[in-house]
Design a protein around this ligand. Structure first.
Ligand SMILES: [Zn+2]
Ligand SMILES: [Zn+2]
Length: 308
């Protein structure tokens, strides 16, 4: 089952050095979730051939422009393209107001339903959940309310052991119930316990998105063992003071969080505009010195959320 994230923007504050502000698209079994929507996100859809009509849910971390200024353009483009499917937008207080004001003064009638889900950042709070996916909030420490997100796949069912189907001639109709936990009753009345018939479901994979935050160890219990962590790294460690003043993190701090949370892999982004492409290697080395499985969240790169 596909579970991967494609980076559409990894610069902080403004578009600069050929980099766009924050946006990522998560593909979970061919369902697309958009995470933040900085200015220029639509152009990135074109560049990286993202099937953006498949996006039905958008998660906005906070109301700094580099994380949501692309949203109004995307909504109006959907309308011009005759979208009919509802669009669910999850974000902080004020997001609905900001978008609705723009739509009102543009005299723009939107022909599909926009459903805002306004929430307060809170560690572990469920933002969205269905049969296959759960999205929880993580409280960032930033200048305004800001939420990270953890996307975790859900396994409702156990795996049936194929050799047992053959051994007990399990009829097709019984398989669904066994996967849900039922025992098997044979024709002679013998009960075969469920534990003999099934294997536990694989460990759920998860992707954590932590952007625009001070170094914050309160996140650690929630990040324990995530498969892939994106953590902002606006500055290098020589600018730790500047990171503190602006409520951002250094590459070294991002790696400390990854190491302490024992995540599987780390990607770093939200780079300050002071860093040109060739400077990013320094940020990478700084993070890898603490947490070797680190990569740069470069635009156009797709990172699989791998099972471990
Ligand atoms: Zn930002
Ligand atoms: Zn911000």
């Amino acid at each position: 089952m596909t579970f991967e994230v494609t980076i559409l923007g990894s610069n902080s504050a403004i578009p600069a050095n050929g980099r766009n502000p924050t946006s990522q698209v998560l593909n979970f079994n061919e369902r697309l979730f958009l995470i933040d929507c900085g200015e220029g996100t639509q152009m990135q859809f074109n560049r990286y051939k993202i099937r953006f009509h498949k996006i039905n849910r958008i998660f906005i971390s906070h109301l700094h422009g580099d994380h949501f200024f692309g949203l109004i353009g995307l909504i109006t483009s959907y309308n011009l393209n005759h979208r009919t499917a509802p669009l669910h937008i999850y974000g902080p207080e004020g997001l609905d107001e900001v978008i609705n004001v723009q739509l009102r003064y543009c005299s723009r009638q939107i022909d599909f339903e926009i459903v805002f889900h306004i929430f307060e950042p809170q560690n572990g709070a469920i933002v969205f959940e269905d049969m296959t996916m759960k999205v929880t909030s993580l409280s960032m420490i930033h200048r305004i309310p800001c939420s990270g997100f953890i996307f975790t796949e859900k396994f409702a069912e156990q795996n049936i052991r194929k050799e047992k189907i053959k051994q007990y001639k399990i009829p097709f109709e019984a398989i669904g119930d066994i996967k849900k936990g039922a025992d098997l009753q044979l024709e002679d009345g013998t009960i075969i316990p469920n534990a003999e018939l099934t294997l536990p479901p694989p460990k759920a994979r998860s992707y954590a998105f932590c952007t625009d935050t001070l170094y914050n160890e309160e996140m650690l219990p929630h990040l324990q063992g995530v498969n892939l962590l994106y953590h902002e790294s606006t500055f290098d460690k020589t600018r730790a003071e500047r990171a503190l003043e602006t409520f951002h993190s250094t590459a070294e701090q991002a790696a400390e969080i990854a190491r302490k949370a024992q995540v599987y892999k780390l990607i770093i982004g939200h780079f300050s505009s002071r860093y040109h492409e060739y400077d990013l290697e320094n940020l990478l080395k700084e993070a890898q010195a603490v947490f070797p499985s680190t990569q740069l969240a470069l635009e156009g790169y797709t990172f699989p959320i791998e099972r471990v």
